[in-house]
Structures are given as structure tokens and as C-alpha cells.
Design a protein around this ligand. Structure first.
Ligand code: 5AD
Length: 349
């Protein structure tokens, strides 16, 4: 696909839009089937050393109550996922760089291996870390890592982040490369429809992600968070429905281009449309992440406003998953790891 074709798809309406989604459905059926893998999402801490202009848990946001789950609470959540046959979990948090944090995660990874006899796959999403930290986590049982690039346009990157060493585009890219070299299944993604972003930028993101040859993808619409600096530019935003539509098209294009990667139907989609995640599955996504964070903490992991499922319990999210996936005629692969076929294919070569 040329950049122009990608842009045409992103701009498509009516028949050409329909054709895009039909092709994505075909590719999905052929390469990853109508099967959805589960990842129990544990948002274990909202403490963050970063100050990203768009994010509700940025360091400077004094209006959010900070929390960290205890080791015991994390283990209970992991056991819940294991007992309910999820096959895998995601441990996500704000970004903290310290020996203490590294060691804590290493210890938790060991406990999770133990409780599941090595049968629960663990994905980490804890930001930019040194290669030695990534290595230690990999050696102790983490096998997948999510680190979104957010945007591949360096000028836009600087508009989304403070211009300092702690928020460097180059460092984020080198983290992704380190993760890949260590043997992780690597996931990245972008936000769609934030102020100043153009269709051409999204096309460049798509090309970049394809060239990075990642194994997993998680992307979603940019959503307003009122206590962030970027919310002051809300007058520049395209409508939420357009942000969702562009996100769905981006998923469809990347499914067609990358064929056998794992693509997540992210929560941000559901913040705009109550069936946003189902629409993402229809557009080519094959991973669903029920939130299994204990209810009492959820209100404080609001990266954006109107985050759904804030009052739900892990059980609610579990029951809802069955219903939602049945609605879109996808089968949930209970008990399966759901490793990225793209990754497995690479290691065979
Ligand atoms: N809108 C949409 N997505 C957001 N994220 C953070 N803040 C927002 C927001 N306001 C996304 C980022 C990050 C992921 C964990 O959540 O892409 O990588």
C-alpha cells in the first residue's frame, strides 16, 4: 500500500470504506480467525514520573489520588485471571524508574509464575526502562511488552510531551528496539485525533509501525482529560465520532498490512461508543482486555475523562466480555496464551 492509498483509506466513506473493512475481515479470518484472546488488565499503580500533556495520571496532576496495589492485591488479581482461564494478564502502571520498582516487578513476576506453574503469560506496560531492567523482567517471566510511540511525527511528539530528556522520542524508539532484541513480543501504538494531528501523520504512523515489524498493536482515539494542558486545545479537536472512525480505519489498515499481529480492542474506543470495542473487533482486532483491577482503585486510573467500567468489579467485566464477544460472532479462546502469530512466525525463520 502506498502512502496515498493509506490516506485514501483513512479518508474513505461509503463504498470504499465498506471495502476497507470487508478486506480487514477477510485478512483476519484467514490469518488469525474469528478468535479473541483475553488479557486480564491490572492497572496496578497510577504513580508516574512523566508529565505527558494529554494524560490524566501525569506527574503534575495534583487532582488525582495516587495509589499502588499491594503485592497481595496484584497476586489475587492474577490468580483471578488464572482461575478464570484468561491465559494471560497485563500489568500496567505509570512510569517509575528505580531499583526498588524494578525489583518489585521482578519479585511479582516470580510469584505469578509460581501461582500458575508458568501457565499464565504476563505482558508488562510500565514505560521506558533501562535495558538491564527489561532483561531482568524478561528473564523472570515477562514475555510481552507494550510501549506506545503515541505519534511518529517528532514535531507532534514535542507538542504532546515536555521537551526534555525524560520525554525523548529517540529514547522511546530505542526502548522498543531493546525490547525486540531481548526477545519480547513487542507492542506499540498511537493516539488518533489529537490536536494538530493530520491524516498524513496517521498514514506515516501506519507506515512506521509496519516497518518496525511489531508483534502487537494497541491504539485508540485521543480523549479529553480536563486536568491536562492539552485540554486547552479542545477547540482544535475533530468530533469524537470521527476520532473513533479513524481509529477503526487504522486498525483495519494495519490488519491488512501486518496480517498476523495481535491487535487490541482498547478501552478508549468504548469511551466514545458503548460498542466501540466490538466495532474494533469487527475492524480487525483480536485481543480483548477485561479490566480486573479491584474496583476501589479504578476511579484513579483515569488517563482520560469518561473512562468506562469505573464502577465495575472484575466479575462484571468477565460476564460482560462473554456477551460482547458473542455479539460480534467471535469465539473467546479461554485458557490460551494467544501469543502473537507474527512473533512465532519470526522465531521460526
Ligand atoms: N486519550 C487517549 N489515550 C490516552 N492515553 C493516555 N492519555 C490518553 C488520552 N487522554 C493512552 C496513551 C498511553 C496509554 C496507556 O493510554 O496512548 O500509551
Amino acid at each position: 500500500m502506498t502512502k496515498q492509498q493509506i490516506m485514501d483509506y483513512l479518508n474513505s466513506e461509503n463504498e470504499s470504506r465498506r471495502l476497507l473493512f470487508a478486506e480487514a475481515v477477510n485478512v483476519k479470518k484467514q490469518y488469525v480467525k474469528d478468535i479473541v484472546y483475553l488479557r486480564g488488565l491490572i492497572e496496578f499503580s497510577n504513580i508516574c514520573q512523566k508529565d505527558c500533556y494529554y494524560c490524566g495520571i501525569r506527574k503534575s496532576n495534583k487532582r488525582v489520588e495516587r495509589y499502588t496495589l499491594s503485592d497481595e492485591e496484584i497476586i489475587i488479581a492474577a490468580r483471578y485471571a488464572f482461575d478464570n482461564n484468561f491465559g494471560s494478564i497485563v500489568l500496567q502502571s505509570g512510569e517509575v524508574k528505580s531499583q526498588k520498582f524494578t525489583d518489585r516487578i521482578t519479585k511479582l513476576l516470580n510469584s505469578i509464575q509460581e501461582l500458575s506453574s508458568g501457565k499464565l503469560r504476563v505482558t508488562l506496560s510500565c514505560g521506558e526502562q533501562d535495558s538491564s531492567t527489561y532483561r531482568s523482567w524478561f528473564e523472570n517471566g515477562a514475555c510481552r511488552y507494550l510501549l506506545r510511540i503515541e505519534t511518529t511525527n517528532k514535531t507532534l511528539y514535542k507538542q504532546l510531551h515536555p521537551d526534555n530528556d525524560n520525554h525523548s522520542f529517540e529514547n522511546r524508539v530505542s526502548c522498543l528496539e531493546n525490547l525486540k532484541n531481548l526477545g519480547y513480543q513487542v507492542g506499540t501504538g498511537v493516539m488518533i485525533g489529537f490536536p494538530h494531528q493530520k491524516i498524513e501523520d496517521i498514514a506515516d504512523d501506519i507506515i512506521w509501525i509496519n516497518e518496525m515489524d511489531v508483534d502487537m498493536l494497541g491504539l485508540g482515539p485521543y480523549l479529553l482529560q480536563n486536568n491536562t494542558p492539552l485540554s486547552q486545545k479542545s477547540n482544535l479537536l475533530i468530533p469524537e465520532a470521527s476520532r473513533l472512525d479513524l481509529s477503526l480505519k487504522t486498525i483495519a489498515i494495519l490488519r491488512i498490512l501486518m496480517k498476523d499481529i495481535n491487535i487490541a480492542a482498547t478501552t478508549a474506543m468504548q469511551a466514545i461508543d458503548k460498542f466501540g470495542r466490538e466495532k474494533a473487533i469487527k475492524a480487525g482486532a483480536n485481543v480483548f482486555m477485561p479490566n480486573i483491577t479491584p474496583s476501589k482503585y479504578r476511579d484513579n486510573y483515569k488517563l482520560y475523562d469518561n473512562k468506562p467500567c469505573i464502577d465495575d468489579s472484575p466479575e462484571d467485566c468477565m460476564n460482560c466480555t462473554d456477551i460482547r464477544m458473542a455479539m460480534v460472532d467471535n469465539i473467546i479462546a479461554y485458557g490460551e496464551w494467544g501469543d502473537s502469530k507474527h512473533y512465532l512466525g519470526k522465531s521460526l525463520n
